[in-house]
Design a protein around this ligand. Structure first.
Ligand code: SF4
Length: 298
C-alpha cells in the first residue's frame, strides 16, 4: 500500500521510529486511541491506521472520546467520521467540565485537573474494552513545551514519557507522535480531510495560559534560530546527569570517592564527558595530563 503523499510518508516514518525506539507496540495489541477531535488525535488515529495495514505485527484500533459535557461539543461528528472510515468508535459522556468549575479555585488553570479526570475515564474504558495500550496524540511540540513549563514554573527538569506504565501496572500509555511536529500533525489531519473540532472548553485557546505563552515564545525563538525546537527534542534523549545539580543522580559522597580515585588520572579519564563537552583541557600533552580535577571546567 503506497503512502498518499510525502507528508504521510514522513509522519509514518517518524511514528514508526517512535514505536520502535520505545517498544510501544507488540503483536496482538488492542490500541485505544484517545480521540478529542482535535488535529493531533485525528492525526494519530490516521497514522496508526496506515501503519496497522503495513506493519509486520497485528494490532487493532479503537477510538475513544471522552466528552466533557459542553453543550456545543460536536461528538456526533466524531462518530459519523469514524463510521465512514471503518474505525471502531466509542464515546463516553461525562460532566468533567462541570466538575472542574465546581472544584477549581478562581483563576486557577484547569488543564492539569482536566487531564487527570480524563485520564481516569480513559483507564476505566481501557479495562472495559480490553485495550492493551492507550495511545495519546501528544506531539514533539507538546514534549518541549512541557519541558519548558516544568523548568519555568515547576522547578523541575522533566518533559513527559513516550511510554508510561500506570502506577497500578494495569495500563500502558504510549505517545507515538513524539517525533512528529505540531505543524505536521495539523497538515496531516487537514490533508486527510478529518473534521477538526474544538473542545468547547472556556479555557481552550486562552492566551493567558502559561502553555500558550510558552508556545509563543518557542515560535519566536524558532523563527529567529531555525532548528531550536529540534535541538530541544534531541536534548531530551541526550542527558548528561553529572552536569545537573540533583544529588539523587550525583550523590556527593560518590563524587568525592570518584574524585579521590581519579586524582592522578588525566582529565579525560577523570571526567570524560566534561573534557569533551567543555572544550577546556583538550591538550593532553605531558604538561597538561596532571591537571587537578578542579581545573577542568564545564
Ligand atoms: S483547554 Fe479545556 S479541555 Fe483542554 S485540557 Fe484545558 S481544561 Fe481541558
Amino acid at each position: 500500500m503506497a503512502y498518499r503523499s510525502a507528508l504521510e510518508a514522513r509522519v509514518a516514518k517518524k511514528t514508526t521510529k517512535a514505536i520502535v525506539d520505545y517498544a510501544m507496540l507488540e503483536d496482538g495489541d488492542r490500541v485505544m486511541v484517545g480521540l478529542s477531535g482535535g488535529k493531533d488525535s485525528w492525526a494519530l488515529l490516521q497514522a496508526l491506521d496506515v501503519l496497522r495495514q503495513r506493519a509486520p505485527i497485528t494490532f487493532s484500533l479503537i477510538a475513544v472520546n471522552v466528552d466533557s459535557g459542553y453543550k456545543e461539543y460536536k461528538h456526533e461528528l466524531l462518530a459519523s467520521t469514524c463510521k465512514a472510515r471503518g474505525w471502531e468508535f466509542l464515546s463516553e459522556h461525562t460532566n468533567i467540565g462541570e466538575t472542574i468549575d465546581d472544584i477549581l479555585d478562581d483563576g486557577a488553570t484547569p488543564c492539569s485537573l482536566c487531564a487527570r479526570l480524563r485520564r481516569g475515564v480513559l483507564y476505566r474504558i481501557a479495562t472495559e474494552c480490553g485495550a492493551t495500550k492507550i495511545a495519546l496524540g501528544h506531539h514533539a511540540d507538546d514534549f518541549i513545551e512541557t519541558l519548558l513549563l516544568n523548568l519555568f514554573f515547576a522547578g523541575s527538569l522533566k518533559a513527559m514519557p513516550p511510554k508510561l506504565v500506570s502506577d497500578d501496572g494495569a495500563h500502558v500509555v504510549i505517545r507515538p507522535l513524539v517525533y512528529v511536529g505540531e505543524d505536521e500533525a495539523r497538515a496531516y489531519a487537514k490533508e486527510c480531510e478529518l473534521p477538526i473540532i474544538g473542545c468547547c472548553c472556556p479555557a481552550c485557546g486562552d492566551l493567558g495560559l502559561q502553555r500558550q505563552r510558552t508556545k509563543r515564545m518557542l515560535m519566536d525563538l524558532e523563527q529567529e534560530h531555525p532548528g531550536v525546537k529540534q535541538s530541544m527534542l534531541k536534548a531530551l534523549s541526550n542527558v548528561a546527569p553529572r552536569h545537573l545539580l540533583d544529588t539523587r543522580l550525583n550523590p556527593p559522597g560518590d563524587l568525592r570517592r570518584h574524585a579521590g580515585l581519579k586524582s592522578h588520572a588525566t582529565p579525560e579519564e577523570a571526567a570524560p564527558e566534561v573534557a569533551q563537552d567543555s572544550g577546556v583541557a583538550q591538550d593532553f600533552s605531558p604538561a597538561n595530563t596532571r591537571l587537578p580535577l578542579t581545573l577542568v571546567r564545564s
